[in-house]
Write a protein that binds this ligand. Structure first.
Ligand code: NAD
Length: 249
């Protein structure tokens, strides 16, 4: 049998074909899960789901919109009947200096990366509580731990640090309901979010700070999500898994 046989996983921000969400969706599907991809564009989400196989589906959902999160989760439940796993992966970044962060950028970065985690979690929690089980995994970042310094600005670091606090608070509150909540903090992973944005010189400098001497790939992060989604991590909640090649040693 496989690690996620019979499970249904909702993954946000998984329509980007070279992204961490899509790699996670593929890895979960290989382990027997049915996948619901939620992303801004419903057609892109459905196309991505179809690439994985006919058992999976895509849904339009802007995670900053509370009603949209509730609606998407209702549709997933109508289609699949249950949700065992939520991966809060949707996110955006922006390089910025502290003094240059205007109110609009602050709101945009905080809304997608932090508010979105709250809204989508709120949408699945009552169902998970009813069933007395569930695993919620949230995407944070090494930027939260080391104060940025690579691509995200201070607002991104603040949002991703907020995710750590929110996830730990949910883990404490929901443990009695059989719901586990954990975070992944990736270092620099090669995806569209940073494609073409790192010069060769900068890359050499970054690699000098990474003991494993390479940038991360999407499977590196998907593997951590798989562990947190599966029963292998059944006694783990409120944890943070660093997937950064040793950047913080
Ligand atoms: P990506 O840009 O390929 O994927 C992000 C996805 O989120 C896209 O599909 C996008 O459409 C979706 N999205 C954006 N706003 C949304 C919204 N409001 N509602 C729903 N979906 C939305 O980037 P990625 O690198 O795969 O990023 C995935 C997550 O990993 C993000 O949260 C990012 O901050 C985080 N992260 C990435 C890295 C890295 O180095 N790539 C490192 C640490 C953390």
């Amino acid at each position: 049998s496989s690690l996620l046989d019979g499970k249904v996983a909702v993954i946000s921000g998984a329509a980007s074909l070279r992204g961490i969400g899509m790699a996670t969706a593929r890895m979960f599907a290989e382990q027997g899960a049915k996948i619901a991809i939620l992303d801004l564009d419903g057609t892109a989400a459905a196309d991505a789901a179809a690439l994985i196989g006919p058992a999976h589906r895509g849904y339009a959902c802007n995670v900053t919109d509370r009603a949209a999160c509730q609606g998407a989760v209702e549709r997933v439940l109508a289609d699949f009947g249950q949700i065992d796993i939520l991966v809060n992966n949707a996110g955006i970044t922006q390089p910025a200096k502290t003094v240059d962060i205007d109110p609009e950028s602050w709101d945009r970065i905080l809304d997608v990366n932090l508010r979105g985690v709250l809204y989508l979690s709120q949408a699945v929690i009552p169902h998970m509580q009813q069933r007395g089980q569930g695993s919620i995994a949230c995407m944070s970042s090494v930027s939260a731990q080391r104060g940025g310094g690579i691509l995200g600005g201070p607002h991104y670091s603040a949002a991703k640090a907020g995710v750590l606090g929110l996830a730990k608070a949910m883990a404490r509150e929901l443990g009695k309901d059989g719901i586990r909540v954990n975070c992944v903090t990736p270092g620099l992973i090669q995806t569209d979010i940073n494609a073409g944005k790192i010069s060769d010189d900068k890359k050499v400098e970054i690699l000098a700070g990474i003991p494993l001497n390479r940038l991360g790939n999407v499977q590196d992060v998907a593997g951590a999500f798989l562990f947190l989604a599966s029963d292998l991590s059944g006694y783990i909640t409120g944890a943070v898994i660093d997937v950064n090649g040793g950047m913080l040693i």
